[in-house]
Design a protein around this ligand. Sequence first.
Ligand SMILES: Cc1ncc(COP(=O)(O)O)c(C=O)c1O
Length: 317
Amino acid sequence: MKIKTADRLNVVSEYYFSRKLKEIAALRQKGIDVINLGIGSPDRAPAAGVVETLVQEARNPKNHAYQSYAGIPELRRAYAEWYQRFFQVTLDGDTEILPLMGSKEGIMHISMAFLNPGEEVLVPDPGYPAYAAVARLLGAKVRYFGLQENNRWFPDLEKLEKEDLSNVKLMWVNYPNMPTGAKASPEIFEALVRFGHRHNILIVNDNPYSFILNGEQLSMLQVPGAKEVALELNSLSKSHNMAGWRLGLLAGHPEYVKAVLQVKSNMDSGMFKPLQLAAVKALQQPESWYSELNRVYGKRRETAFALFDVLGCQYDE
Ligand SMILES: Cc1ncc(COP(=O)(O)O)c(C=O)c1O
């Protein structure tokens, strides 16, 4: 290779799952049957009517133009209604919601909007690899906090507060948690919001698993005063079997949402309108959509537990 790449490539490697999926493809080519448990990619179809909406709207010649950088108002409103219906969180669809191409995209945009080189980011360990990779790309410092079983996989805020937090700008949390499966509680969200207020740290909850085997939906934005120090990412990837469509959202204070849009609007243009209209359809599904999804996952979980028992593995139920 003749042209030297940027120095920032020295601080990240190719995305973990990108490498893993190549390894799996190579093994499959050799005829080895690999069961991929590594990435939470749904194997079932979106709800009835969602694909039809996409197809119908794609037939309309008026729907192929560039779209608003902040998403179409119908989608922002549908996200707001979804948050009201399932999380009892009131959001203004005009100012407090930004449609995204998945929450993964939001991790980059939020980091770009808030992190200066040298500033510190609290990142869960174990956790989703994008939080740390993006911070490194931006020259920010990654400070891992351990998630321990004896603390129910929550951050040990007391321990963190004994350390110097003056250079910490942002903290990533992800409840319901991947990979531990831990669920948050209103109390833990409240403690995190208070921590953010005390130390002037932006707490971002990455919430794509809110509808998967959780019973009730929790949002960090349910905590009074959360919007001043907290943002939330959510996604249709897992909740609506639409991982490949790339549909997510950022929710929070209008000023923070505006800052993220300032970054995002310089990087991409609005999503294909038929896709956004199909997302509206997905968001309007009755509760039975989620109960059916969870019925299937519940049965699979029972099978997984039975397998773990045969193998003598320990696990959290
Ligand atoms: C914790 C976590 N955050 C974000 C994502 C990405 O979700 P999306 O498809 O909305 O970008 C995933 C996907 O596996 C995830 O596990």
